[in-house]
Design a protein. Sequence first.
Length: 208
Amino acid sequence: MELETIHLEHVPETHIVYAALFQDVKNAAFLHSQLLARNTEFEYAFIDAASVVSRFHVLSAVFKALTVLLDGTLKTPNVHSEVVCSLSPSNNIAEAYRRFGIGPTTRDVIVIKISHPAAPVTVESVRTHLAAHIECASTSPLSDHAIAACTDLARVRKYYKLGGAPALERFSKRAEGEHEEGLVQGTTAQTRRELTILAVSAMALRGL
């Protein structure tokens, strides 16, 4: 399986991010149950890929969660749950889990694992554990192209309140007469950039 190692700028080298996109996951209900049981062996950020639009979108949430971890001001049980909540434009933690986290019927899952001094892990241990416990059709790096194939545009519009956004209006005109969800992967890079800016801006303004 493919597992990417990411070193974010302006983050200590001791804090390493491992990430992968799992497509057509067969056992999302099992993974969800492990989170509900607070099984520490499954301490990951399991993100529903349908709710995000780009790599930068995801990594913005990761950076925000790491900043909170380093400041010692976590509002959720751990840095991984903080990643999921950081995607939300609201302060409602339960809603953030429900909208951006994994659920029993989630199909495509972005998995983030953060290694830091208080809880160090290796890329080998993460890869072995995920390969043993996630049943899926394929995995891929966290690229814009791979994420776009999973995005549910209607869901993104609803969660970030983007009903009148120009980027979405232009997309809707191109998609006229065709099924919106199936065309998400055909959006232009410019449209994805605009949607990313809108989503990340909403995340940054949370609580204001």
